[in-house]
Write a protein that binds this ligand. Sequence first.
Ligand code: PMP
Length: 338
Amino acid sequence: MNFSTRPAVLDLIGNTPLIEVTRIDTGCCQLFLKLESQNPGGSIKDRIGLAMIEAAEQDGRLKPGGTVIEATAGNTGLGLALVACTKGYRVVLVVPDKMSVEKIQHLKALGAEVHLTRSDVGKGHPEYYQDYAARLARELPGAFYIDQFNNPSNPLAHERTTAPEIWEQCGHRLDAIVCGVGSGGTLTGLSRFFRKAHPALEFVLADPKGSILTEYVESGKISDVSGSWAVEGIGEDFIPSIADLSGVKHAYTIGDEESFLSARELARAEGILGGSSTGTLLAAALRYCREQTQPKRVVTIVCDTGTRYLSKIYNDNWMIDQGLLKRETFGDLRDIIG
Ligand code: PMP
């Protein structure tokens, strides 16, 4: 392999399409979807993978032949593996052992080294994936710890790329953006751009039931009790340091069932296969749109591709086992398998 030329695939990151929802009831509003699933690594995280690696190259924290380390259970790992492996870096990802086999094999296919750690231990335990990754980064010479939750290049990637793309694609006519928060990079980057470009724009938070973020937005209280949810990539039990929630005007709490059924509806009605967080964002966006009395132009995000969830939200048997789908609506699969 010749690592001295820039990998052409990196030019495919960003500039994703924006399309209108036309077959689902959006009340008096127009709802548009930013298809981040169309990035080459299949998610919005390709953007930050590129930004965080190139910033570290530019300021010398990452040198040729160096090692990139991150603790990640999902899309950030795939984005980093895509960018850093093709650029010739060693990529070490520390992953809790509950993660799906497909994701681990995808990471390995791209050339990443995967260290599996225990999922049943919490912060402060040496086997907890974030503590484990931080320790590896200290021990391995030439290693750079990405740390997306504290890395300023994460929101910057969205301020510089995702936000201006949305603004141009809407023809500078936009009233609200519906967004989720994992690290907070997307919301913070979009907020910074639109605070200058279009201060009247409303930010709407889509939050899984069990996350503490909705309560924080509504009352400023940081709860020390969180629940659990099955939607992946969004919702938190703490406030990430880079997350700026100050511009959020409305927040909707969405349960797993509504998220998953919304993702399934999007696939059937519009032909767009999104992941579980897409379902949460779509459900919140539809609630927001249907509550409006004046027509508004609203954008939300298809954060990642649904192919990562075929064995879960798009699998009727799994949905029934989780109690999220009733047997009466199981007709299709039974017709096929008899
Ligand atoms: N959706 C998915 C599928 C994700 O993986 C993430 C990131 N964890 C998000 C949404 C949220 O993005 P951010 O980290 O920028 O808040």
